[in-house]
Ligand binder design. Sequence first.
Ligand code: 6LW
Length: 563
Amino acid sequence: MKKHLYFFIFIWIHIQVSSAQAVYTNPILSGFYPDPSICRVGEDYYMVTSSFAYFPGLPVMHSKDLLSWHQLGYAMDRKEQLQLDGAGVSRGLFAPTIRYHDSLGHGGLFYITCTHVEKGGNFVITASDPKGPWSDPVYLPDVNGIDPSLFFDEDRTYLIYNSIPPDNKPLYDGHRTIRMYELDIHTLKTKGDEKLLINGGTDLSKKPVWIEAPHILKKDDWYYLYCAEGGTEFNHSEVVFRSKSVAGPYISYDKNPILTQRDLDSSRKDPITSTGHADFVNTEKGDWYAVFLGCRPYTGGHYNTGRETFMAPVKWIDGWPVINPDFKEIQYSYPAPVITGPIFTSKVNEFASNQLYHDHFDGKELNNRYTFLRTPEKKFHEVKKGKLWINLLPTTCAEKKSISMVADRQNHLEGYVTCRMEFQTQAENEKAGLIVFQNEYHYYFMCKSADRTQPVVQLFKGPGNPTSPERAMDAAQLLTSIPLRTFNNAIVFKIEVNDKGYSFYYSIKEGEWLLLRSSMAREFLSTETAGGFVGCMYGMYGTSNGKPTVNTARFDWFEHNGK
Ligand code: 6LW
């Protein structure tokens, strides 16, 4: 009798749990993960985002349910693939596209197209496994523009991209086109003549700006060309065209844009703005979703988390795809697509904004979510003996060179980042600690150093808008320098961020926090202030400020959390 009772209780619980609709939360990749592109192969979803001057480049994410994401690695993780020295932080790799194609029916290839705006322009890389290794870039010298995307149409392959206006004579600022080449998928060379698909955007007479991020999909005998329009800030949007021929002519949907937040009340709570740059994917069940970039400003147009990746449902209405048709605002959560796997599998998305991240460095390798600024000439870090060891390089964070910083994205509007560091120096030029870094001119750096051989804790602020390109520390502003009344080489740093700004604390005695400086303006690190395309990074960073050293900083743990 008891057995039957337990069985019925189990079934009841199972029904309750399976009927409790799982949801996913936005952003699905929180922190600076812009320009997302997604594809599905069977039950596996793969997504890539742009990475600019960070190395390795082009993070490759994987999911089986569009709810929880895991990073497989990077598509450009070899210095032979990706050289970034001299590139400003918002230069390097712009928007990628990831696609899969099995041209010969016996095991396909993954393709990523992208643009290195400093070196070489548009290129294709391929891999049989998205974990890599990916090939070296094959550059496409005929392709003039950005945001290249591949479309496979039975036995023919097309490359579409944002490009110059007709005859390169813009009628207005932001006048761009969408152009297309056929591509030989075996030689990865363009074929035939370039075709102009879209001039300006949905309606040239209205002077549409920045038609970009084109993708084509084919459905019900229609070719759908969908693009970003309006520029990647507040006026961003997604628009769609269609044609019976891949080469056009393409007709604009009369209800464009199919996604924008620009017309909403700017005083709404927790706004998601600047949405656009979308890519569509369908589930095995036939449901459609769009991933796209968006921003979470904390006041006005200021956001420090960069352009993040969001996802919303897509409905086909009268033969046209519409993103988020049931709401005006992009929602912070939606019902999750069909959940695969055992019903009790915990479905946590480690890249959601409200996830605690803690690292004790007790493995042999660095977690692949960390990133470096530009391509390291040689390895400057090592995970050993339960610590992250960073060799101090002479370069500093305002030079357009590789620096000894191991960074993770600031992925919350309010929260904290903290780390424990062992570091000892008597040299004033040697500094190591915790930095919140937007770009070469906009950062706050809390560090341990020396003043007349005595240990001090210091806070630096970047010089602000571009100054002459000399070494940064000369231009950086020393806000505070306090003697450390201990020769213990361990120190714990903590940076808190909230509506009052960034506050900087340190501790040299268990449980006792000392305030270094409070309420430093968040706006100083926003994209609105700093410009560019990136978001803030929390970095474990050291520099010897121009003088080579063998000194190291050892980090026992690193943690951040927030919402
Ligand atoms: C990217 C373009 C854009 O290439 O900004 O959001 C550029 N749109 O599509 C850099 O992210």
